[in-house]
Design a protein around this ligand. Structure first.
Ligand code: GLN
Length: 250
């Protein structure tokens, strides 16, 4: 199959090697005989909701976020239509913040969001920096850990009843207080985790790929053939241990 990925603002939102997540999607898809077709979607490009099985947006500093925020709002209906139509989505940090209702940045800039995710973000005084470990249960009864690195001033408050991506085992998470990290809306996932996220958490890459394939085929998500993942497991273990030893705390 061809998996059609729309990569939002690759030229503006890409810190901590967030672009590496795309390399993981491409490689893991290829090892199962699928082809990833990646289309950059930047300022002035349109989002055609039918054209994407998976949308991806990375993180950025407040400055880059402010540059793209108004353009992203114009793309909001297209992105919402894609997700409502069953496309998968992964948003990291700065992108995660702007897919909520908005982000009030460190220097007082009020950036509008698109409201796909049920949350709001306000920057605090101290940055929340460090390794993070989460426990997630995207499929009932299947608990998995997710390890990464966070560096954000924004405190993200989920609306009552919103579904977080996971529970924080070590680190700060959405706001350093709630014990939640990220958000999930159907096949759309938002998270603060960089590093990049997917090389050390291949199960999440595969979960997103199987959702994207379900969109491409019009069928149900199917588990993908397992891969060896020895280095990935080691990377996860090192990262998880770092989070347990010195996960983000002030
Ligand atoms: N600029 C945002 C913040 O500081 C997002 C940072 C990021 O993407 N790492 O909260």
């Amino acid at each position: 199959m061809k998996i059609r990925v729309g990569h939002l603002y690759p030229d503006y939102l890409n810190i901590y090697a967030d672009r590496g997540n795309i390399a993981v999607f491409a490689r893991r898809a290829a090892l199962r005989g699928h082809e990833l077709e990646v289309t950059p979607i930047s300022l002035a490009d349109e989002v055609e909701p039918e054209r994407h099985d998976l949308l991806y947006v990375g993180g950025g500093q407040d400055r880059e976020q402010a540059l793209i925020a108004p353009d992203l709002v114009a793309k909001g209906p297209g992105i919402e239509a894609a997700v409502a139509g069953g496309a998968a989505l992964l948003a990291v940090c700065g992108g995660y913040q702007l897919l909520g209702r908005g982000y009030l940045g460190r220097h007082g800039d009020s950036m509008p969001g698109i409201g796909l995710f049920p949350h709001e973000t306000v920057a605090g005084e101290r940055r929340m920096i460090g390794d993070v470990l989460l426990e997630c249960e995207l499929e009932p009864g299947e608990r998995r850990t997710l390890a990464g690195f966070e560096n954000h001033a924004g405190r993200t408050r989920l609306d009552a009843g919103a579904v977080p991506l996971g529970r924080v085992l070590a680190g700060f998470g959405n706001d350093g207080e709630s014990g939640f990290e990220g958000v999930r809306v159907g096949r759309a996932i938002g998270t603060y985790l960089h590093g990049p996220l997917l090389p050390r958490n291949p199960w999440l890459a595969d979960w997103l790929l199987s959702q994207a394939l379900a969109h491409a085929t019009g069928g149900e998500p199917e588990p993908l053939a397992p891969l060896l993942d020895r280095l990935e497991a080691q990377a996860h273990a090192v990262s998880a241990q770092r989070a347990r030893d010195r996960g983000g705390r002030f």
